[in-house]
Design a protein around this ligand. Structure first.
Ligand code: NG6
Ligand code: CA
Length: 506
């Protein structure tokens, strides 16, 4: 009897211990417009990010880590679904639009949920809300994050520069007074709040392009807004709000396996650091909000450590697209840049098919499991779904993901051989160390943001091994490689091959 009891006890103990090992928590930290060179451990630039570096230096720092796209919503779509965004016509930058993930689609949080995880998202969403037309912010908003796999959500709908400037918790606008309903529009219906064009005297931040409508907290936004006075967020407190809400959520789930998507708003415009971070970078608000984001990441790390769950938590840090300085406001990002290089030695930036559009900081960390390493393997955010699924013993697979679990979590194995990258509906192809950019009959540079987009009348071909900054086009000198890549690219894209002449500059 006693022996049986002991055996049972042993089995129970063993299975619990074992289960813990195969069900690590996951905190996916995602930044908005953070460039490859904005993180000091990436050994470029002059901005110091000690908390990100601490995680990068204790984990795997990928030097060939990619977002799927050079803008936000498509990258987030690929991150969540493991599907190339160019397969989904709606996966474009969202301005008040509907949810671009189909409720029937497999998602990262759904995969975790199927294994018994608690799943939460705190921060920027930008994957759309509702369906079938304009969203009514005055009743339960769905479908949204809670309908595509998250048990809990505390989000900003689109971006900090778009209305409505309110938080949404599990489908309800936080602090909404029913007697002061919210109305917004992105057309020409000028109502409600004073606007940037009509009331420049009310501005504390000036607009450069776009961003000339509803003024909230002195900052003009994209879109008009009326109502919702008590629900409006405070921009300078947004970083604190998100980290506090993330911790509050973790307080409720920390004893179970959990997946948290912690999606920071920095350093997207408008850059509104809390006063305690003002001036900390010497680079104006863009640098200051990166310092602020770095502090938030340190807070998250400390939380996990203090609660005794750091060892059993995988931390991922990445960004949804590359860097931009002037993205629509005069905020000294250009003037105070100094020697800092947000894109590192990569060409282009946000919106670009050149490397800096999609190659971003990319870090995996698992204390005691992952050994510190710098990896040159090609990895993408599209691969998280398949890789976590494989790590956790699930059969779930996405359409375009590759199982890179050994590369991400075991310091072994090979990355991708090929990858189609996307930038505002244009696509290009990376194969091993080669990049081929097809012709696009569009301006070479977006003059408003001053970024080279990778558009050219002819094919471009680069060898990243020898030419990481994409200065030497080899399309004429190596037609064999070019043709080989065009053939494979056409094969992957199939019917999705874009007609360059149909595209417009977004
Ligand atoms: C663009 C905005 C830009 C930024 C971007 C979305 C204008 C002229 N430009 O339309 O400021 O908000 O959308 O950025 O309005 S993203 O990182 O979320 O994709
Ligand atoms: Ca972004």
């Amino acid at each position: 009897m006693k022996a049986k009891f002991l055996l049972l006890f042993f089995l129970l103990f063993y299975s619990c211990g074992n289960e813990k090992n195969v069900q690590p928590n996951v905190v996916l930290i995602y930044l908005d417009d953070l460039g490859y060179g904005d993180v000091s451990s990436y050994e470029s630039g002059t901005l110091e990010t000690p908390n990100i570096d601490n995680i990068a230096n204790g984990g795997i720092r990928f030097t060939n880590g990619y977002a799927s796209s050079a803008t936000c919503s498509p990258s987030r779509y690929a991150l969540m679904t493991g599907t190339y965004p160019w397969r989904n016509k709606r996966a474009k930058i969202i301005t008040g639009g509907n949810l671009i993930i189909d409720e029937s689609e497999m998602t990262l949080p759904k995969m975790f949920k199927s294994l018994g995880y608690e799943t939460g998202v705190v921060g920027k969403w930008h994957l759309g809300l509702g369906k079938g037309g304009p969203v009514d912010y005055n009743s339960l908003i769905k479908p949204g994050p809670n309908e595509v796999g998250f048990d809990h959500s505390y989000i900003m709908a689109d971006t900090q520069d778009r209305v409505p400037t309110v938080y949404i918790e599990n489908g309800n606008v936080v602090n909404l007074d029913p007697n002061d309903p919210i109305e917004i529009n992105f057309g020409n219906d000028d109502y409600g709040l004073p606007s940037g064009t009509k009331n420049p005297e009310l501005l504390t931040m000036k607009w450069h392009h776009g961003h000339n409508k509803a003024i909230v907290n002195g900052v003009p936004r994209i879109g008009y807004m009326k109502g919702g006075e008590k629900a409006k967020w405070s921009d300078i407190d947004m970083a604190d709000e998100f980290i506090n809400k993330a911790k509050e959520y973790l307080d409720t789930v920390k004893d179970k396996p959990f997946f948290l998507f912690y999606s920071l708003q920095q350093p997207h415009v408008p850059r509104t650091p809390h006063p305690r971070f003002e001036g900390t970078s010497g680079m104006g608000p863009r640098g200051d909000v990166i310092k602020e984001a770095d502090w938030c990441i340190g807070e998250m790390y400390d939380y996990l450590e203090k609660n005794g769950i750091l060892e059993n938590t995988i931390i991922i840090i990445s960004s949804d697209n590359g860097p931009v300085l002037n993205d629509g406001y005069y905020d000294d990002a250009v003037e105070k840049l100094g020697d800092h290089t947000p894109a590192g030695n990569l060409r282009g930036g946000k919106y670009s098919l050149y490397e800096a559009g999609t190659r971003v900081p990319f870090i995996t960390y698992w204390k005691g499991k992952i050994k510190p390493q710098v990896s040159d393997e090609v990895v993408t955010q599209i691969d998280f779904l398949n890789s976590f699924s494989s790590l956790l013993g699930s059969d779930t697979k996405s359409k375009d993901g590759v199982d890179l679990s050994s590369v991400f979590f075991e310091n072994s194995g090979k990355g991708r051989d090929e990858l189609v990258i996307e930038a505002t509906s244009r696509t290009a192809f990376r194969q091993n160390n080669w990049v081929m950019i097809p012709p696009y009959n569009l301006p070479a540079t977006n003059p408003r943001v001053n970024i080279e987009l990778g558009n050219s009348k002819d094919y471009l071909l680069f060898n990243l091994d020898e030419d990481i900054s994409q200065q030497n086009d080899l399309s004429k000198s190596n037609p064999e490689k070019l043709n080989e890549m065009i053939a494979r690219y056409d094969e992957i894209l199939g019917n999705n091959k874009k007609k360059a002449e149909k595209l417009e500059l977004e």
